[in-house]
Ligand binder design. Sequence first.
Ligand SMILES: Nc1ncnc2c1ncn2[C@@H]1O[C@H](COP(=O)(O)OP(=O)(O)OP(=O)(O)O)[C@@H](O)[C@H]1O
Ligand SMILES: [Mg+2]
Length: 331
Amino acid sequence: MKQTTRFSLTYSLENKKLKQSREVRKETVTKTIQAMEPNKETLYATESGKNIQQLVSELDQLVGLNKVKELVKEIHAYVEICRRREQFRLKTESLVLHMIFKGNPGTGKTTVARILGKMLAELKVLPKGHLIEVERADIVGEYIGHTAQKCREQIKKAMGGILFIDEAYSLARGGEKDFGKEAIDTLVKAMEDHKNNLIVILAGYEREMEKFLRTNPGLRSRFPIHLQFPDYSCEELLEIAHKMVAERQYQLSIGAKEFLSEYLREQLKTSKTNFSNARLVRNLIEKAIRRQALRLVNRHLYSREELMLLTREDFSPLDQEDSELKLWQHN
Ligand SMILES: Nc1ncnc2c1ncn2[C@@H]1O[C@H](COP(=O)(O)OP(=O)(O)OP(=O)(O)O)[C@@H](O)[C@H]1O
Ligand SMILES: [Mg+2]
């Protein structure tokens, strides 16, 4: 073989090796970059994770409700794990998340349902996660055909989110001939037909809800999750009051704190049913804010502190309306 030919052969061989090794390097670099760059899905998951974290902390900031918080976190974890199992093609139970919330007025049922809706939307269980709150009058009609139409309207509004039916036991109020029964049947059908697109939450007083579930034997199994919302203790109500006041950038004077504490203690002792828990606290504070405004509005000199302070006189004495409320709660 001629010298030149051997040289050119070696050259071309070496050139080929160099090219190959360059290509391998290029491929490795591309792969590493791909691994470093989060694809759309991972990015989404992180953002969604952050939103879920925010919702969990919103839930944690609610006063008391420890069992409810635990259960909501359990639902969250369960949904997440079901999703991960699906990725590995492992068996998963079909997610049935229709719920029953039992508790007195003002115990946080609507508040928790709102957080839960947003959480389920982040977890992609629900497309939207909004909450439509209805009661008997919104879904029960007055003549034949009216109920189905009313029900359908509300279900349509709630599609992609949660249909929250307050005082749901009232649907069974009138017995067999009442249109309430038709509303229940329409709802149950919608729960089946749109099971990936709608979650139904029935809410109401514990005793009435139990009675309601007994009158409709098929219903209980359709609502596998039951959350109990206990009445708040006096300390919890006071903590809620402080939070509500702080959120609105107000402060309670020592006298106002004393008044609230005495008043709530008295209310808890005397009112057995219809005690409206945190709602009562909110009403008292909102009323005190209006009274403070009236107290200050004609003053020409005022300080930042004065604009923030709610005093005992802003809360007491109770006017006619409140006394009536008190009397009503006594009965
Ligand atoms: N644990 C809590 N911590 C702080 N605020 C609360 C808590 N529970 C309820 N609240 C506040 O009290 C008010 C009433 O709560 P919510 O509407 O959730 O009660 P509810 O159980 O749905 O009442 P109802 O049965 O009358 O509809 C809201 O302003 C809510 O923010
Ligand atoms: Mg409510």
